[in-house]
Structures are given as C-alpha cells and as structure tokens.
Design a protein around this ligand. Sequence first.
Ligand code: ZN
Length: 257
Amino acid sequence: MTLPPTTQTVLDDAAELFRKAKRVVVLTGAGISTPSGIPDFRSEGSGLWSRDEPLESASLSTFRTTPAKFFNWFRPLASQIFHAQPNPAHTALAEFEQAGHQSIIITQNIDSLHQKAGSEQVVEMHGTLRTLSCTQCYKKFPSAEYLIPFIENGTIPQCASCNGILKPDVILFGEQLLQSAWQAAQQATRQCDLIMVAGSSLEVLPVAGLPIQALDHGAHLIIINNTATYVNVRADIVITENVATIIPEIMKRAIHG
Ligand SMILES: [Zn+2]
C-alpha cells in the first residue's frame, strides 16, 4: 500500500510512542468493528437505527417488559456478531501484545473480536455476548448452544434449570456499567503512559472521559477515528482515517522498528 509522505511521518511518530511506552491502553469503539461488518447500533444513521429505535429496543426496561421486542431487535445484530471475523486492526493490536508489550484494550464493543484475534488483556465495558444469565436464578450459560437456535429460529433463550428468560451479558441502555470493568478501566488508564483511541467518537460517558484521566496522569494520546472527538485538541497525534488501514501500519513499525 502507498501512503502519502506526511502520513508516513505520522505513522513513524505514532510507532515511536508505542515503542517507548511501558504501559499502553487502547480504547476501542464501534469504528474498529465496522470493517468486520458489525454496524454501529448506537449511532444514528446506521442500519439498525433506521430499522428501529435502538435506544428503546435495546433498553433494560424493554427487556423486562416486552422481551420479545428486545430479542426481535437483537436477532440481526446477534447474527452479524456471531459470524463476524476480526479485521487487520484487531489482529495488529493482538500482535503488539504478543510481541511482549504491556498493552490493555478497553473496548465498548460486545463482539469479542479482540479476543478472537488473540488479545488477552481486554476490558469489556459493555459486557459480552459470550455468555447469557438467567433473569430468575442468575445461573450463567455459554452462548453458543442458545445463540444458534435463536439466530436461526428466533427461539428466545430460556434457562435449563428454571425456564427463566436468559439475558445476554451485555449492558443495555439504562443499565449500570459493571463496576469491576469500570474499576479495571480506570486503573489501567491512570497507570498507562500511552493511550490510543481507535474507532470511538468518545460520545458515551463515562468511558469517553478516560483519555482525560490518562492525560492528567501524564500519558501521551493518539486518536485514530474517522470523525473528530472532543479531545482531539489535546492529542499528540490525530489520524482521521480508517482504523483497519492505519493500525496495522503503526503496529508493524512499532513491533519491527
Ligand atoms: Zn434460571
């Protein structure tokens, strides 16, 4: 691939920050999964938004009052997530960690694509689709055996012990973040000396505030996103490009010099 000379310099500078950093945090949002075919269901204008109102359908209150409505909305998204594969951005971040660097990913995504790519240190701010929990007895189940019948036939997953409805372990609108995830994210952010925002417009609080916490503790900031974020003015490096193109270029330079 041929990149313009200015971009080459910026990529080299970004790679240098990665090479020098002792503790890296990479904060990822929907933009890192769209190249894998998963729509940004929280953004207006995306496919699922125009089809339905995600704020209402993807809310805890809808799940509690009319679970069929939630599952009907959730089914195409679950199918896309189940079939999605990591893209070069996920793979490059995993390779950076595997090369021996201390690197933690904090993600707003529920698709497990970082783990599928091989990343080990991943904090999932909005939960995961890998497991489901019974809304009555709180027993946890691995998704696979429930997700496939649900995707294929729309069968609402039910608890094998008590017949309660199973809720995917994802954070719905109106639901609190998991305290354990939030604490892990804050600790990693305060300890890092480099934070990179990748594919997030930083619009969803409190996660959107993490780069400021890192800056306040003296970290460098790199932002790769196709639209501007509120914290661009404070970043060392801003690259307004596709993450799936840019991240592999940075990691290649950071790993191999
Ligand atoms: Zn149960």
